[in-house]
Design a protein around this ligand. Sequence first.
Ligand code: NDP
Length: 326
Amino acid sequence: MAKRIQISQHGAPEVMQLVSFEPADPAPGEVQVENKAIGINYIDTYVRSGLYPASLPSGLGTEAAGIVTRVGPGVDALKPGDRVVYAQSSLGAYSEVHNVAVEKVALLPDAISFEQAAASFLKGLTVHYLLRQTYVVQPDEVFLFHAAAGGVGLIACQWAKALGAHLIGTVGSAEKATLAKNAGAWATINYREEDIAARVSELTHGKKLRVVYDSVGKDTWEASLDCLQRRGLMVSFGNSSGPVTGINLGILNQKGSLYVTRPSLNGYITTREALIQASNELFSLIASGAINVDVPQAQKFALADAQHAHQVLEGRGTQGSSLLIP
Ligand code: NDP
């Protein structure tokens, strides 16, 4: 028997329960991974709350790092004993053991610890496609990235610096502003106190921006559009404050013939080759020290404390990534 977090109904963090279960045999094309560190992602709160669909009862979580213990029929890319990390698995990574399709799994270089991997894989692959594919950020380019002191955000600050680009990061406190600056943000805006578009205009001497990355959603949608130049690109990739709904497309005309995209990692990492290519870039930036993903001790939660971990994340009390340790 093994332990995992399960939900039988959607709702507040209290719906997450630690239960015992008998892990199934890995199916064809799957490996069984003994998780050593589990990545907590904001998307897990959408699945728990019911914003994103799941058939119940359900496990939770899609990212972890650990050791392959068994391989299913037809698997030759991985073997028992391999150190691996995975993201975008079927729901159920909040668990001591999880069966995962091989195309979601990458081998871990010796230089990367399980905790570093679980803290950075899904979030780092996200930053990779956002800055390298959705819009190709150029050296010296100034752009806006919301929630810059969050898990995805702190990686984006460091990746932008490695690219020689100038990231303006929004943050919810002075402490988070310092953190984002230290990670490489060129400037920060405390969006609880400052007018985002006015400050962006000031920082760019009225030129504004060609691209804005917005994971906050409802609360920042309109301000984000106001930060864009004519024909600029709005990348809306999350809902931390609630989803953006009921938009009249005419607003894109009024604000300057703007473009909008609503991307997700699933739309970019579609093969194991794409996964390996993007992970190699991410791992080499971590191994070289250009991207630091060390998790503060207070944000390493026991698997049994998943409820508390979600309360802190949704209460905007975290900085960078958080982990569950089985
Ligand atoms: P974060 O660590 O960034 O946590 C969310 C942060 O959002 C908070 O810390 C907070 O920072 C900010 N925030 C702003 N308004 C609110 C609000 N009303 N309630 C709660 N938080 C708020 O989470 P992740 O790094 O896991 O994910 C960041 C975002 O990226 C999420 O929206 C997630 O869904 C999205 N995402 C999208 C992907 C995709 O491919 N589309 C893939 C991965 C993540 P502050 O206090 O500074 O405001």
